[in-house]
Design a protein around this ligand. Structure first.
Ligand code: 6R9
Length: 645
């Protein structure tokens, strides 16, 4: 990885960017040295409040009890919709582009307001109140955005569950936060394939007795089964309610949403974000990182089921009164030009996607890109995993034709908004580096003993002071929040990532240091996949690790010990892969299953994952210290039978 390869800001970009290098320096320093003044001023600029705050920041990391904009009152939906009506009722808020290139629909801020009010009234009519949790399990259609905003409007807390999750995964998430209503669609369509969303919900709800309301959007003409009294069609329900609905007055620290994410241990965590701080971080980062200007068409290709979709399809862009594109499809359907055709069709100016999509498209050559114009593009973004310099260069040279800066944005579900990223038109770029911290973010690198590394070096990435969209709690388990993020290094937020800092102070994210793997930008806990595998009656024990994969970044390698007497076979391998897909979702399917009569364990019985990772990566000549192994012959056997030669 060449550190010296620098792409300086080109003067043309700099001439129209919102701020310059000195401006960034000034704002950054104020945000760190005097956060209360900085964030108070930004909140006034970016948000509308019904009542001002009494204190900008209180609390600290030790108990993870921070509070931003104490006593202020506002409503996130009102900020994203109503506030814009006087100036931009006729402006397009959302451009929906369907899976079929023939389907698209512009939605103005006026349309958005009416649709959100109607759905909010339906929710109220069906008994949803402020503070209630609502599960949203939707394809990428405008109604998914309406659903999130309708919840925010009435003060309900949405929990969006990605449409690729299985019935069991939906059930776990519904039960964990006691969602009593669900908004879904009869089916979804992606890449020409149908996804049985309502069937999945029905299966999940067989074990969720508290759910009393299911609102079903009719995305296709397919019939689905309905439970009388519980299930209603969206189109019928919105026809019977008023199109005006006052936005609930919410406290700055009232919860806005829960989003489940994988951790290194146990079940997924319900990361909770609150209203004012989250919205402010989403909006300010959207504006400065993407150098957002009036008239831009902004496209974030993520799914609303992940945090990237929350912050950069919905809350950030809409809070700024932008035009945000919602794409239902996939990059390669009907063909590998699809992304670039959508850009031409809607004159997208800012495009934000994941390295895994870029690598997949890069492997198909330049022709599908060059068959399109892309002249509207002026800026590119990347998120979800480290972008390898080859993919960066391809994005820069082939997609952006050396005209568009790339903002490589490092952040997490828990951080709510981008934390380390270039500002387009301000920051000189280095391929593969997320570059410099955003306003209010003070990163440090710590060594294994928790000492701060100064200057260039490598260590565990922590954040030293609160930022507005900091995770507030893990739903229902505050102690887990404290233990996971604020205990390893007291006084710091621990990210779970390691990083390198170069001589210019640029950050290069290396990857997770815990047992979280990143498959195609999807965060998976190895523990979740292991738990799924051991539920299978023929499996005695399982250990899962990630291994490097050209397109996906990382792929899933599972070592499985079968029950005594069970025969190893390819058929069983397939069965286990399908079983994991059923338990979690297709995206969590193991790529490789190696049957392992024994797993490498320490004498105290701990599985030595470090060794399993090396075997999976085919780096078996240097296994490191193996002196604590209870039975070294197990390792020899695993190496002899490895599957990735
Ligand atoms: C936004 C999002 C978070 C984890 C994070 C890190 C990895 C995200 C990255 C990146 C290198 C980037 N990650 N962006 N690594 N460079 N630009 O992806 O949230 O799904 O919670 O994942 O993803 O490892 O810790 P989330």
């Amino acid at each position: 990885m060449s550190q010296s390869h620098v792409y300086p800001v080109n003067p043309e970009q700099a001439s129209h960017s919102l701020i310059d290098k000195a401006g960034y320096q000034r704002m950054y320093e104020q945000s760190i040295n005097d956060p209360e003044t900085f964030w108070g001023e930004q909140a006034e600029q970016f948000l509308g409040f019904f009542q001002p705050w009494s204190k900008v920041l209180s609390g600290d990391f030790s108990k993870a009890d921070v509070s931003w904009f104490k006593d202020a009152k506002l409503n996130a939906c009102w900020n994203c919709v109503d506030r814009h009506l006087p100036q931009r009722a006729d402006q397009t808020a959302l451009i929906w582009e369907g899976d079929d290139p023939a389907d698209s629909l512009p939605i103005t801020y006026r349309d958005l307001h009416l649709a959100v009010c109607r759905l909010a009234n339906v929710l109220k009519q069906r008994g949803v109140k402020k503070g209630d949790r609502v599960c949203i399990y939707m394809p990428m259609i405008p109604e998914a955005v309406y659903a999130m905003l309708a919840c925010a409007r009435i003060g309900a807390i949405h929990s969006v569950v990605f449409g690729g999750f299985s019935p069991d995964a939906i059930k776990d998430r519904i039960l964990d936060s006691d969602c009593q209503s669900v908004i879904t669609a009869n089916q979804g369509i992606r890449g020409g394939k149908v996804i049985a969303l309502k069937d999945n919900v029905d299966k999940a709800l067989a074990n969720c007795p508290n759910v009393h309301s299911v609102i079903v959007v009719k995305r296709t003409n397919a019939e689905v089964s309905f439970k009388q009294g519980r299930d209603v069609w969206y189109h019928d329900a919105i026809d019977q309610v008023d199109d005006q609905c006052a936005a609930e007055v919410m406290d700055a620290e009232d919860p806005l949403f829960i989003l489940y994410t994988s951790g290194s241990t146990g079940k997924p965590k319900g990361v909770l974000h609150t209203t004012a701080g989250y919205l402010l971080s989403a909006a300010i980062s959207h504006k400065y990182i993407f150098d957002y200007h009036e008239g831009d068409v902004f496209w974030c290709s993520a799914d609303v089921g992940w945090v990237t979709g929350h912050s950069y399809i919905v809350y950030g862009p809409l809070c700024n009164g932008a035009t945000s594109l919602v794409f239902e499809g996939v990059p390669t359907y009907p063909d590998a030009s699809r992304f670039w055709q959508v850009i031409d069709k809607h004159q997208v100016t800012i495009f934000y996607t994941a390295p895994t999509a870029l690598r997949a498209l890069m492997s198909m050559g330049n022709e599908p890109v060059q068959a399109t114009s892309r002249q509207s593009l002026r800026l590119l973004g990347s998120v979800g995993e480290p972008i390898n310099p080859e993919a960066w260069e391809w994005y820069y040279n082939v997609v952006g034709e050396q005209r568009c800066p790339i903002v490589d944005t490092w952040w997490q579900t828990e951080t709510g908004a981008s934390m380390i990223s270039p500002l387009a038109g301000v920051t000189d770029l280095k391929p593969g580096s997320a570059t410099l911290p955003f306003f209010g973010v003070k990163p440090e690198l710590l060594d294994a003993d928790g000492n701060i590394i100064t200057g260039a070096g490598k260590g565990n990435l922590v954040i030293t002071q609160s930022w507005p969209s900091q995770i507030r709690t893990v739903f229902g388990d505050h102690q887990r929040c404290v233990d996971t993020y604020f205990t390893a290094y007291p006084g710091y937020y621990f990210t779970g990532d390691s990083a390198r800092r170069d001589e210019d102070g640029y950050y290069w994210i290396i990857g997770r240091v815990d047992d979280v793997i990143n498959v195609s930008g999807h965060r998976l806990g190895t523990a979740e996949i292991e738990s799924a595998l051991v539920l299978h009656p023929k499996v005695a024990e399982a250990a899962v690790v990630g291994f490097p994969h050209d397109i996906k970044g990382q792929a899933v390698y599972a070592y499985v010990t079968l029950m005594l007497g069970v025969e190893e076979s390819d058929a069983l391998r397939k069965e286990l892969v399908a079983f994991v897909a059923g338990e979690i979702g297709a995206f969590a399917r193991p790529d490789i299953i190696q049957f392992a009569p024994g797993l490498p364990k320490t004498r105290s019985g701990k599985i030595m994952r470090r060794i399993l990772r090396k075997i999976a990566a085919n780096e078996t000549d240097n296994l490191g210290d193996t002196s604590t192994l209870a039975d070294p012959s197990v390792v020899e056997q695993l190496i002899a039978n490895r599957h990735n030669r």
